[in-house]
Design a protein around this ligand. Structure first.
Ligand SMILES: Cc1cc2nc3c(=O)[nH]c(=O)nc-3n(C[C@H](O)[C@H](O)[C@H](O)COP(=O)(O)O)c2cc1C
Ligand SMILES: CCCCCCC(=O)C(=O)O
Length: 371
């Protein structure tokens, strides 16, 4: 366990020191040459902040409201599979930490604790107060009855939104996993949301089918079977963002799966101005990929995101010191974020506008859109 974590990176270093290298590779890794993994973080480093001063912003709030649900900070826990790989309590520990911090957690369909149990743990952690919203991530399944059953499980658990991952027509080519022979959960761990969906099915990872057969018609179908807000995760092209709005989705998660699906796609931060312009404020856009600092959060919100998500940082913190680690991680990000707001002359997320950022090397010829 790390002595005192002062940054997200401290958690990564500490987790790597103790974690089975096969699992560390699973977390850190991306698809193919991992070009997009690196691009996500690098883009935040390239963008500059240009702060305002003398704004009388001694009182600041980090609160956000999404789909009527309040959260105490604009940082969500993006869906990540298999938390019990790195901590015996798995997603229960993560959910308690998220609830204590007032942060939205997106439960992965491939969680190693059932979504109902995760929701219960979050409620208990809040001791009678309202927990922050819990969302559920879904991979559409070729068998619609299985998809429906998963939606029912999430709804019964009290999830407030569905995040449908649409960037996974096939499973991303993680060469680290291939080299390490990591293809399945170890004995004793299961994808608990998949247990007993059909006679004799017991939550094997292979039950989750990635398929290239899905079309916008499946989104329409899903829209018809649930009243929950639907967000699409993994839309990168502005034309698809416009289509998503036309098909009645309630939000987008601008994500390249942390560089784990199609390699060489642009950094999500780089795409944000185009996606924000495409949806014209009609639905919220949550960005994930490479967010490691409070300054990163401010940059994304300044360019039009309503919130950001973090993936790997949560896994590192959980691996390092379980619930306590994830609590500390969220505290750190909250402190960094508040500090950045103070230094930028902002009192809340509404003050984060494009005038706060500059693109030094992203000239017109680079193809990057400057708002
Ligand atoms: C270990 C791990 C597991 C993941 N599992 C899922 C998943 O089950 N479903 C999903 O939609 N995305 C999954 N993702 C992608 C994340 O939701 C998120 O898009 C990505 O991690 C964000 O990038 P970051 O790790 O740089 O913060 C996973 C990512 C990691 C690192
Ligand atoms: C069939 C594998 C399902 C788990 C997928 C987890 C995931 O999305 C990742 O990026 O890892």
């Amino acid at each position: 366990m790390t002595a005192v974590a002062l940054s997200v990176r401290d958690f990564e270093a500490a987790a790597r020191a103790t974690l089975d290298p096969v699992y560390a590779d699973f977390i850190a890794g991306g698809a193919r040459d991992e070009i997009t993994v690196r691009a996500n973080e690098a883009a935040f480093g390239e963008l500059q902040l240009l702060p305002r001063v003398l704004r009388g912003n001694a009182v600041r709030s980090l609160d956000i409201t999404l789909f009527g649900g309040r959260a105490s900070m604009p940082v969500l826990l993006s869906p990540t599979a298999f938390h019990k790989l790195v901590d015996p309590e798995g997603e229960v520990a993560t959910a308690r930490a998220a609830a204590a911090a007032g942060a939205i957690m997106v439960v992965s369909m491939a969680s190693t604790v059932a979504v109902g149990e995760i929701a219960e743990a979050a409620r208990r952690a809040c001791e009678g107060a309202d927990p922050p919203p819990l969302w559920f991530q879904l991979y559409l399944q070729p068998d619609r009855e299985i998809t429906e059953a998963l939606v029912r499980r999430a709804t019964d658990a009290g999830c407030a939104a569905l995040v449908v991952t649409v960037d996974s027509a096939v499973l991303g080519a993680g060469e680290r996993n291939r080299r390490n022979g990591f293809h399945d959960l170890p004995p004793g761990l299961r994808c608990e949301n998949l247990v007993d969906l059909r006679d004799g099915e017991n939550g094997h990872v292979r039950q989750i089918l990635m398929s290239a057969e899905f079309t916008w018609e499946h989104v329409d179908w899903l829209r018809g079977i649930t009243d929950l807000p639907i967000l699409l995760k993994g839309v990168l092209h502005p034309d698809d963002a416009r289509l998503a709005v036309r098909h009645g989705v309630d939000g987008l998660v601008l994500s390249n799966h942390g560089g784990r699906q199609l390699d060489t796609v642009p950094a999500t931060l780089e795409l944000l101005p185009e996606i924000a312009a495409a949806v014209e404020g009609r639905v919220p856009v949550v960005l994930d990929g490479g967010v490691r600092r409070g300054t990163d959060v401010v940059k994304a919100l300044a360019l039009g995101a309503s919130a950001v998500g973090i993936g790997r940082p949560v896994m590192w913190a959980l691996a390092d010191s379980g619930e306590k680690g994830v609590r500390r991680l969220l505290e750190l990000l909250r402190e960094e974020l508040d500090d950045t707001l103070a230094l930028c002359g902002a009192s809340g997320v509404a003050d984060l506008t494009p005038e706060l950022v500059r693109f030094p090397s992203w000239g017109p010829r680079s193809g990057r859109v400057v708002p």
